[in-house]
Structure formats: structure tokens, C-alpha cells
Design a protein around this ligand. Structure first.
Ligand code: DP6
Length: 325
């Protein structure tokens, strides 16, 4: 009873920012992302009758109790579905350059959902897998598919219509996503806590909800037309709106640091000089830059010239879930 699966991280161009149901991970808005080729998690799950609790190894080392409990709670959902009370050894390897500014929770829970359902003998469609992965970390539901992916928020209370849907296969449109690693302090409000505080207290949250559906429609239209400029513009504007909500929260908070602003300004300068490059930022200080493959090297060099930029990693659209045995 064991299986191995690999899932790639994704970067949202239209952000998931807020839950309407915290235990089922149901979002307040639909979102859209690109699955990336360079960063991924490979997870082996082995259910063993001899175990009396789950064991979680992360990058070869036994994970702490907090991390192991998170994995166990997630496996409980799969055990209930399979009607089998059996514990597992979970072995996860993160192929994410150290502190690359990518949350590994998306690729982590997508790979775990795929490996665990297969290992326990459940036959699930990718749509069902997306619903399962969502309940580990919302953004994980998008990592089931490759390329451009939409997470449709759904309307049902049980979450059975809240899952990802593939929009464009990874081979259908090549764009570049540069992951910019910055010199920054570690102080951090986790995305889960940040979105909760924003939903509950931000005076700007209603504005976010009013705008995000329109941004999503524009993004989907731009993708359908392969209109890079329109996609970049709406992605950057959407990220700015998400971050604006944090400033209206109680207490207010912000994910940006001075190095974040340096990159944002550099991207604006590049655009003024005629280059099509756009930024997006998740719940942390690091920046991702969207540009066209023909410009990726020039943009990368321009970013590396900035004092607080420690590295730039070039990614492209990558695949969905892959089973390895
Ligand atoms: C800013 O998926 O990490 O990256 O569902 O609480 O695990 P939980 O949150 P998570 O949040 C991601 C937030 C974001 C935007 C996005 O990826 O859409």
C-alpha cells in the first residue's frame, strides 16, 4: 500500500484571499494561477498496519509534532473516505531552492493528496483530487493541473463544487515567471492568518470582493486571446488590490519590505523603457515577475543589478500531478 506522486507549485495571477468556510477551505473568491515547472514536491505515502501513528519525514528528517499533526489531520479525511483505519509513513522531498519565496504548501498538499489516495486504494478523478487537496491548503487544489488553472469558488456548503479547472495546457502558451529572492527579514504573518484577519477586520475587504470577479474575467479573456500585456496588467493590479486590503485590517499589516518596493519600481522603469514585465506578490516580501520568454534574460539581469536581490530563478508553465510508480 504505497505510492509516489509529484506536484508542482503554482503562482496566482488572480489571488485567493479569504475563506468563507475555514474547516473546508472554501474561498470567498475564485482565483487563477500558473503551475510552474521548476519547483515541486515529491511525496511517497506508505500505509503500514504495524504503525500506531503517522510518521512524517520532510527532506529526509523527521518533522516536528505540529507539522506531523497537520499531515495526520489531512490523512484522516482520506482514511474516512476509504473507510480504512491505518497509519502511514509520509516521505516528502521539496525541490524548492532554499527560501525561494514559494510556499511549499500548494505542491506539498497536492502531492500528498495524490500519493495518499492512490496508496490507500481510492480511485479518484482529478476533480475529486483537487477537492481533497484543497482541504490541506486552498492553493493546493490548483496544483493538480498543469499550465493555466482556475479555482472555481463554488456555491455549495459542502464544497463539492469548489475545485480547480484547467484553462490552458502548459504547452499552449509559454510565458516566463521570474522568482526574485530578496534580502529580507523573517518577520511574517502567515497567509492563513493574514487572510483571516483581513476578512474579519479590513475596511477594504468589500472593495476586494467587488473587484476580483472582474479581474478574473479580464485575466481569462486575456489568456484566451494570448494577450500578454492585458494579462500582465490585470495580474499586477490584482496583487496590489490584495495587498491594499492588509493596510485596512485591524491591526494593519503589510508584507512588503524596502527590497520589495525596489523590485516593483525597477519593473515600472523597465516598462517605461518599453519592456513588457509585470510583478505579483504573495503573502511575503518576495516578488515574482511575469514577462515574455524573449525578454526573460534581460529582465533577469536588470533585477540582479539591484542591491538587495539575492537571486532570480526563471520558471515556465509546468505540469500537473504525476504518479511516479
Ligand atoms: C496569497 O493556500 O497558503 O498565496 O488555504 O490557508 O493554506 P491556506 O492558504 P494558502 O494561501 C495562498 C494565498 C496567496 C494567494 C494565492 O495563492 O492564490
Amino acid at each position: 500500500m504505497h505510492a509516489t506522486a509529484r506536484a508542482h507549485t503554482n503562482i496566482a495571477l488572480i489571488k485567493y484571499w479569504g475563506k468563507r468556510d475555514e474547516s473546508l477551505f472554501l474561498p470567498t473568491n475564485s482565483s487563477l494561477s500558473i503551475t510552474l515547472d521548476e519547483f515541486y514536491t515529491t511525496t511517497t505515502v506508505s500505509f503500514q498496519p504495524s504503525l500506531n501513528k503517522d510518521v512524517f519525514l520532510l527532506n529526509g528528517e523527521k518533522a516536528n509534532e505540529h507539522e506531523t499533526n497537520k499531515i495526520s489531520r489531512f490523512l484522516d479525511k482520506i482514511r474516512i473516505r476509504a473507510n480504512k483505519q491505518i497509519y502511514a509513513e509520509v516521505n516528502s522531498l521539496n525541490q524548492v531552492p532554499t527560501a525561494a519565496g514559494f510556499a511549499s504548501s500548494a505542491s506539498g498538499f497536492a502531492a500528498l493528496a495524490a500519493a495518499a489516495t492512490k496508496a490507500i486504494g481510492l480511485e479518484v478523478t482529478n476533480q475529486e483530487l483537487s477537492i481533497i487537496a484543497r482541504q490541506g491548503s486552498g492553493s493546493a487544489c490548483r496544483s493538480i493541473y498543469g499550465g493555466f488553472v482556475e479555482w472555481q469558488q463554488g456555491v455549495l456548503d459542502d464544497g463539492t463544487d469548489s475545485h480547480a479547472v484547467p484553462i490552458l495546457h502548459e504547452n499552449e502558451w509559454n510565458v516566463s515567471i521570474l522568482s526574485v529572492l530578496l534580502e529580507s527579514e523573517q518577520k511574517k504573518v502567515l497567509s492563513r492568518d493574514g487572510m483571516k484577519r483581513t476578512v474579519e477586520t479590513s475596511v477594504f475587504y468589500s472593495g476586494w470582493l467587488e473587484a476580483v470577479q472582474k479581474d478574473l474575467t479580464t485575466a481569462k479573456q486575456s489568456i484566451a486571446e494570448r494577450n500578454f500585456e492585458a494579462l500582465g496588467k490585470v495580474a499586477e493590479a490584482n496583487a496590489l488590490k490584495m495587498h491594499a486590503t492588509t493596510l485596512g485590517a485591524e491591526p494593519p499589516f503589510m508584507y512588503w519590505q524596502s527590497s520589495t518596493l525596489d523590485v516593483m519600481q525597477k519593473i515600472q522603469e523597465l516598462r517605461e523603457a518599453g519592456m513588457q514585465a509585470y510583478f505579483t506578490i504573495d503573502a511575503g516580501p518576495n516578488v515574482k515577475v511575469l514577462c515574455q520568454p524573449k525578454d526573460e534574460e534581460a529582465v533577469r539581469q536588470a533585477l540582479l543589478d539591484l542591491e538587495k536581490v539575492k537571486g532570480v530563478h526563471t520558471c515556465h508553465p509546468g505540469p500537473g500531478i504525476v504518479y511516479l510508480d
